[in-house]
Every structure is written in C-alpha cells, then in structure tokens.
Design a protein around this ligand. Structure first.
Ligand code: FAD
Length: 506
C-alpha cells in the first residue's frame, strides 16, 4: 500500500531553538496561525498571536452562547470532518491530546440522493486503483454499459495526479466542465462527484478542475487512509481551542484575541513593525495567517510590502460563494436508523445533515434532558442571490425530503449562520496563487488558500501552511524544522516530479 510521505525540506537544521533571541507576530488565530505560533514558540521564538475575533479558531472556532432556557452551550462555525490523512493537523492536535481521544470514528459517510438513492463509501479498499474500481463496481447508478461510455483519458486524470501536470493541463478548465467531460450518467455524476465538488465551498462552474483533481487525489485516489473521518466528541472550544490556548500560553505566547492587525512597515530596531489595534509592535518575523479579505486589507495598507508581483497575487485572491450553517434543537428525534452524518445531493442547496446528539456530548446531554434532537444542516456554495428566508425555506424543505419523519417537528431553538469567508479556487488561479514564502524577508503567508507543495485541503492545508511558514522563517537560523507529512505526492499513474529543494517550498 502507498504510504504517507515526509516532505523533504530545504532546511535541515539541527538546532532545537533559535541561537539569538527572535520575535514574531502571527496575524490571525485560525488553524494556520495557531500552527505557526506553536512551531515558532516551540523553537524559542517570542510570539504575539493577534486574532480579531474574541475567540481562537477562525472558521473552525467556537464560542459560548445561551439557549432561551438559560442553558449555556458552545456554538461553532459548523460540523467539521477530521479525515485520517490530516497528518499535520493530527501532529498539531497531539500536542494537547496525544492519543487524539477527543475524536470518535464515523462508521460510514453515506450520500443520499433524490428518490431514495444511497451511495456508501464504507469498506472500500484503500489502495488505488482498487478503491476506485470497487466504488465504480458497486455504485448502483453506474451500469456496465454506462462505464463503456465513460471518457477514459479524462477519468484517468483522477489517478494521474502530479502537481505540475495536473495544474498545467486542468487549471484553466472548470470543475463542472471536467465532470461533464467524464460522460458519467447524470445520477452517477451527482452521487459520486457533486457532493465532493461542493465540499470545497466553490460552485462547480467557478472552480478549477486542477484543484478538484488535486482534492480527488488527496481525499480518495491517493489517500492511503481511505475515505474515513472522525468527529469531535466535544465542542471545539473544549476539545481543541481551550487546550491549544493553554498550550500556547505555557510556551510564553502572548495570545491577543479581539485584536486586529491593520498594517506593516519597516521597523526601527527589528525588521518589521506591525500595527496591532492601532499600536506598533516590532518583530523580526511575521506570519500573515489571515482570511483572504483580511490579508488583502493588510497588504493594501502596507506600502512597505512593495513587491509588485506579490501585491498582484494577493489582490488576485477572491472569496467564493456564501455558505449556510443551521443548528436546530427539535422536539422530535429522527428515525433511529439515521446515522450521525450524511452528505446529501439533488434536493435544493442542502449538502449535509448531522445529528449532533449522536456524537457530541453537549447535544447528547441536552437530548437526555429534553428529548428531541439537535440537527445541523449545511449548504455550501449558496447562490449569492438567495435571501436568508429563501435559504432557510430551501434547507427545511430538503431536510423533510430526506428525513420526512421530522416534518412538523417544533423548532425549540435555532442558530443560523450565513457567512462568506471561504477562499475561491477559480479556474486559472493556480499560477498566480501566493505560496508560503514571500519576496519580503521575514514574512510568510499561511492559510487554506495558499499554494502548497503537497496535495492538501481545508483544515489540513491551513495547518500544513502554518508549519511551513514557521519552517521557512526559521530556515536561516539552522533550526530543526517541523516535519511536514503528506499523502503520496503523485497518483498511481503520475510521472515522478522533478523537483529542486526550492521548488518543494512553492
Ligand atoms: C461550515 C464549515 C464547515 C467546514 N467543514 C470542514 C470539514 O469538514 N473539514 C475540513 O477539513 N475543513 C472544513 N472547513 C474548512 C476549515 O474550517 C478551514 O479550512 C480552516 O479552518 C481554515 O483555517 P485558516 O487558519 O486558514 O483560516 P481562518 O480560520 O479563516 O483564520 C483566519 C483568521 O484571521 C482572522 N483575521 C482576519 N483579519 C484579521 C485581522 N486584520 N487581524 C487579526 N485577525 C484577523 C480571522 O478572524 C480568522 O480567525 C469548514 C469550514 C466551514 C466554514
């Protein structure tokens, strides 16, 4: 079986800590910023971590809220799946939970379609191409005759991932065009690919096919761990952010929540001067681990970041469509055979349904006290023209279509988030996408939109980029880098990439 790989890093320093005192500002307290802060602080750098929101975690963050009954609870930005090939995320989380005991495995990850269609991903072989073969053979919406009509060379691209080749060939195409070109029957296309493509928050018609193929390799065809994930037994504030906040404090990191970074300039005593809540703080090293608009605002306000290509690549970034997260406390449970999580497709904009009381302790305890259920609905890549009431109506209609037993259930409490802060991966955006290193000495970027030398996505991409940012900034000091792990970097039929130490970082 293909195994995970360790990325060979240009810096192979042996020193545990920086030789001379060094300071850093990490801007942004999501997974990317926290990973960078952890790696820097562990190597003796004195770190200020500035996060605009009053809590850590960004898009995976959580905060305390109160139900009308007065009961406190932890609200999150939404359900998150922790895939088994998220090696760098696991390495970060093992700092506070060495056994990753806060995670519970989910047996299956079924997809429900209209008219009772079901696709299951459980029990598939893990080795390519047998995982792909087994899935195609057992997919009920895909017969032998359909398979004969599939566009073989296009389908082979899913097993042929290799960074240079895949992006050169497919980045200018949309994911929708690529999926159409496969000539799968419409039902099979919907059940096998539409949910997957949507999971990255980008609509198929405006997402790069190269990016989709990279994600297909990362999650399925090149993933030695299989398409399996775990979920957090506790709200993220308890399982992740409280412990990581304590860990950072224990390493001397000055964690400032509710603190905005507005600009950078050349420093007097140290290399950079960063404006935090209106006050200049000098630092040798800076990691910008912000949202796309946050980064664009900081760069726009910082004339010292004067490299025209860098400015252009940051300006060229964009946000994708909004997404909706709707947590519902209902007076009625769904049918007992319903699983904790299902992906859904083909009915309105609903993308998945999670039953929180089946896996998360706080929701389970609410149901033990009151009966009923705690249900969360997600819709990704929501049509920006849809109003909030229209999104709600659409999601409720889809919930009832999939789980008719919940029709007429009374909503005891609800929280509805309609946000737009996930990055776009537009066709043709790869070549100009900024990477972790910048042309400005002492400054690195991190975040789930940054171009990486390894196949990676979402939370894992955020953490890998944060670790890479710390490695990049500390490389001149000969400090031992944080190991970076990856699924195999090329697919079964991918050509061996010819890479130099420098190209490995881009
Ligand atoms: C509903 C939903 C479901 C998801 N499900 C999954 C999933 O199942 N699996 C998965 O892997 N991923 C999932 N994701 C994606 C995952 O949450 C993100 O990929 C990851 O959290 C991104 O981390 P980040 O650090 O790159 O960015 P962010 O979390 O966005 O962090 C950037 C931080 O910068 C801060 N900031 C911005 N501007 C400033 C400023 N000027 N000064 C200071 N701070 C600033 C922001 O407040 C934010 O905290 C999901 C996301 C959402 C929204």
């Amino acid at each position: 079986m293909s195994a995970r790989e360790q990325l060979l890093l240009p810096s192979r320093g042996e020193r545990d800590e920086v030789a001379a005192p060094a300071s850093a500002v990490v801007a942004g307290g999501g997974l990317a910023g926290v990973a960078a802060a952890v790696a820097l602080a562990e190597r003796g750098v004195s770190v200020v971590l500035a996060e605009r929101e009053p809590f850590l975690g960004g898009r995976a963050g959580a905060w305390t809220d109160r139900l009308a009954s007065g009961e406190p609870f932890e609200m999150e930005r939404g359900f998150h799946a922790f895939f088994r090939q998220y090696y760098n995320l696991q390495a970060l989380l093992r700092r506070v939970d060495p056994e990753l005991s806060f995670l519970a495995p989910l047996e299956d990850y079924p997809i429900l379609g209209p008219g009772g269609q079901v696709e299951s991903f459980s029990g598939l072989p893990r080795t390519p191409p047998w995982n792909v073969v087994a899935l195609t053979r057992r997919t009920p919406t895909l017969g032998l005759r359909d398979l004969m009509g599939v566009n073989g060379p296009a389908a082979l691209a899913m097993l042929r991932y290799e960074r240079g080749w895949t992006y050169d060939r497919y980045d200018d195409q949309t994911a929708g065009e690529y999926l159409d070109s496969l000539r799968f029957p419409p039902d099979a296309r919907r059940m096998l690919f539409d949910v997957f493509a949507h999971s990255f928050f980008n609509p198929e018609g405006a997402m790069s096919a190269g990016e989709l193929l990279m994600m297909f390799h990362f999650y399925f065809s090149g993933n030695p761990e299989g398409l399996i994930f775990d979920v957090s037994r506790q709200p993220f504030s308890k399982s992740i952010w409280g412990p990581l906040g304590d860990y950072l404090a224990g390493r001397g990191v000055d964690v400032r929540t509710g603190c905005s970074v507005s600009s950078l300039a050349r420093g007097r005593e140290k290399r950079w001067s960063v404006v935090l809540d209106g006050q200049a703080t000098e630092a040798d090293l800076v990691v910008l681990a912000l949202t796309v608009p946050g980064l664009q605002e900081v760069v726009a306000e910082s004339p010292a970041l004067d490299d025209p290509d860098f400015r252009r690549s940051v300006e060229g970034l964009a946000l994708t469509h909004p997404f909706a997260v709707w947590r519902l406390w209902l007076d009625r449970p769904p049918r007992p055979d319903r699983g904790p999580f299902v992906g859904t497709t083909g009915v309105g904009s609903l993308d998945n349904i999670s039953l929180y009381h089946l896996f998360e302790d706080e929701s389970r305890s609410w149901v033990e006290r009151h009966g009923g259920s705690v249900v969360e609905l997600h819709a990704y890549a929501v049509d920006p023209a849809m109003s909030e009431p229209a999104v709600r109506e659409d999601l409720l209609h889809a919930l009832h279509a999939f789980y008719p037993e919940l029709e007429g259930a009374r909503v005891i409490e609800e929280r509805f988030l309609l946000r737009r802060d996930c990055p776009a991966f537009a066709p043709g955006s790869y070549a100009d996408r900024p990477g972790v290193p910048t042309p400005h000495e002492g400054i690195a970027l991190a975040g789930d939109f940054v171009r990486l030398p390894i196949p990676s996505a979402l939370m894992e991409r955020a953490v890998a980029s944060g670790f890479l940012a710390a490695n990049h900034l500390l490389a001149p000091q000969g400090v031992r880098p944080e190991p970076i792990w990856s699924v195999p970097r090329r697919g079964l039929f991918g050509r061996r990439p010819v890479e130099t130490a420098a190209s490995r970082m881009r």
